[in-house]
Design a protein around this ligand. Sequence first.
Ligand SMILES: [Zn+2]
Ligand SMILES: [Zn+2]
Length: 341
Amino acid sequence: MFCVECGAEGPTYQGLCARDFLKKHPVVAPPEVLDLDRCTSCGSFRLASGWSKIDRELALAGLLRESIPKLPPWERVTFTHVARDEDANNLSLTVKALGRFEALQSVQDFRVRVRIKPTLCDSCQKQRSRYFEGVLQVRGDGRELTPQEVRGVRTFVLARVDRSGDSGAFVSRIEDVHGGLDFYLSTNALGKTLAREVSESFGGSVSSSPKLFGQKEGREVYRVTSLVRLGAFHIGDVVRHKGALAEVTSVRPFVVLRDLATGEARRFKPKDVRTARRVEAERFEAKIERLEGGEVVAIHPDSDEARPVRPRPEDRTVRAVVVWTPDGAYLSRLPPEPSKA
Ligand SMILES: [Zn+2]
Ligand SMILES: [Zn+2]
């Protein structure tokens, strides 16, 4: 027998001498990066067979075995590796892949980066979704939450819990209830903290009610439901209150309504403005012009429509933020709304 490549006499493998065979056939085609899921709660690793509670070295060996296939015609390949931590979630692996074909062996050296992906395994996920102590309820005060509030509150709560960095603080589940949201939380303290933060950010009142739900190690265990009621109005809303048109300039601790016609601001307890009704209005910066008859008008930036402005702007004003309603244009104390485009 002789090698078809170099002509050397001796044993051949698929027509090649050992040297040419090894040169022609790499054992594996290693990737640059491999990802490995790790449960942040119990430390399990996810392999193709599922989640398993094994140590990291075993998990890395399994990962190499199942994600780096041997190249033909190698019949069997085994890996050995040395891992070096680059940081908490990145490892550099120096790997030897040993391939076997008939009587031949070949060793291929390579490096691969392993990214540990923190996540939750199925059973920890399930355990968490059943477990809760505290409940946070978010509702509107005498109204349903708007879709924007539902989205905003949900994002706010999840971000807060995420950023707390406390692995014992988690949201078991979120339920959309008619007109509001319920958050089931790992601890009562978390519910209370979130209730305060939601009310501070969105404007609302907080109450809480503990309910005895059992005993743990001879201690009474309570589930605390914290309820946030978001105020009826937001800063910037235009409302009709007792016949007058007003803009809302503050929602807590008091609701401040600034009368648009007179410019006078008054503060109310939230329950005293329940009868106020929201009015469709735009708020933008407009050009102010003086007509020949002495009337002062604001010009709508899109339609060029002119409407008298109340109260009368100071003499030299050429631009001003106005509230534009079907009744007319009014000087505002608030910044213009961000463009809706
Ligand atoms: Zn040869
Ligand atoms: Zn787990």
